[in-house]
Design a protein around this ligand. Structure first.
Ligand code: FEO
Length: 392
């Protein structure tokens, strides 16, 4: 296949992966993903921006079959789904050098065994003239590894952003077609990958705000020809202010916890609060992560297994703790058989969440009228906190 031109002198040479269903043995990929790479040809130099996942190297090889010379390969990010093709590229093009950020240089040697002599570190803001096309390297750290950078093609206003602004979706069309459908995919991706670095995302958005960006070409998912939309979405997602939403991660064994969850949902809805409940026995953790992006309150509702929280719900707590959402409040519901350390263990599992803990409600066996009244009081407390915070 010939490189697919997206602009004069700029072509797509990446690979959709329609069949992949899991990333990092953790993240569900309901729509597959893609590993994008781009060929930029100036009068004097030809550059490849990002390589691909090793499993899809054959696609890149095919695209490059009639490309006799590549002078430089920009590695915006060391993770193997973008750098896995580098060892092959350096063999295929013995004169080529890899360009990467300063912190990436040792990482490329560590992760891929690249010869350091074939890697040149570029400085933040450094420009490279290819002959009629100029690349500018912009360090955008922690989106989502410490070494990540973006590459800006000045004449065409293209930002090659790698994971930043990406989405796990496989499709044959190269461009975003309809912002609405890509935003859900992009939000899911942001939630899973970028959310723990929300504050640094804000800084990186500030850093690129004065660039004349006319196109964002990420290394997962389609290319944005309306960059303002995805940049505005990132502003909202990374902003400190949550929405008037509650996420409930719950499970039930004999129905007692379910009764409390149903009561809480009803109480919150009555008070004008949006609720996203996830039964962790079958929930898609990507969907859970996505709703955590905006939630003001997280409620964990679990029966005890022996004396600890049900493991499916406990996993959700561990995930939320790792993703560090912007939520301001949390609470715990549950039911136990004979004894329980539910509250103590859930609290201990979420040290990264900077939340005010609203009074937990834990019932012995079936929730009694007093327990259900306490659930109603919790709904009232959550709604009041949301109001006080100006969320509605
Ligand atoms: Fe798509 Fe962080 O790799």
């Amino acid at each position: 296949m010939k490189p697919r031109e997206i602009l004069p002198g700029v072509a797509y040479v990446g690979a959709p992966d329609f069949d992949r269903r899991l990333f990092d043995a953790l993240i569900p990929l309901p729509d597959g993903t893609s590993y994008n790479a781009y060929l930029v040809r100036g009068r004097d130099k030809t550059v490849l921006v990002d390589a691909v996942e090793p499993a899809k190297l054959g696609v890149l090889e095919d695209y490059l079959a009639d490309v006799p010379r590549i002078d430089l390969v920009v590695s915006n990010h060391t993770e193997q789904d973008h750098s896995g093709g580098l060892p092959w590229l350096l063999q295929r093009y013995p004169g080529a050098l890899v360009l990467a950020s300063e912190p990436a240089k040792p990482m490329l040697a560590d992760h891929l065994g690249l010869d350091p002599a074939r890697i040149r570190a570029v400085a933040d803001g450094e420009r490279l003239d290819l002959g009629g096309k100029t690349l500018r390297f912009v360090y955008t750290p922690w989106v989502h590894w410490p070494e990540t950078m973006s590459t800006y093609l000045e004449e065409d206003g293209v930002l090659f952003s790698c994971d930043f602004f990406g989405a796990h979706i496989a499709q044959t069309d190269l461009f975003v077609d309809g912002a609405d459908c890509i935003m859900a995919e992009a939000k899911r991706y942001y939630a899973e990958i970028m959310m723990p670095f929300r504050k640094i995302v804000q800084k990186n958005l500030d850093k690129i705000k004065d660039l004349d960006i006319r196109m964002i070409a990420p290394s997962h998912g389609p290319i944005h020809r309306d960059p303002a939309s995805i940049i505005a979405a990132y502003r909202d997602w990374s902003d400190d202010r949550p929405h008037n939403n509650v996420v409930i991660a719950w499970a039930t064994m004999h129905g007692s916890t379910a009764l409390m969850v149903e009561r809480l949902i009803a109480g919150l809805v009555e008070r004008g609060v949006t609720v996203h409940p996830f039964n962790m026995a079958s929930a898609d953790i990507g969907q859970l992560a996505m709703t955590l992006v905006d939630a003001a309150t997280i409620v964990v509702a679990a029966p005890t297994v022996h004396v600890g929280p049900h493991p499916a719900v406990y996993n959700a707590v561990v995930l939320a703790n790792a993703l560090r959402p912007k939520a301001r409040f949390a609470s715990i519901l549950g039911s136990y058989g004979w004894a329980g350390r539910l509250v103590e263990l859930v609290k201990a599992a979420m040290p990264n969440l900077k939340v005010e803990l609203l009074p937990p409600v834990v019932a012995k066996g079936l929730p009694k009228p007093a327990d259900l009244a306490a659930v109603d009081a919790l709904a009232e407390a959550i709604a009041a906190k949301h109001k006080e915070a100006g969320l509605f």
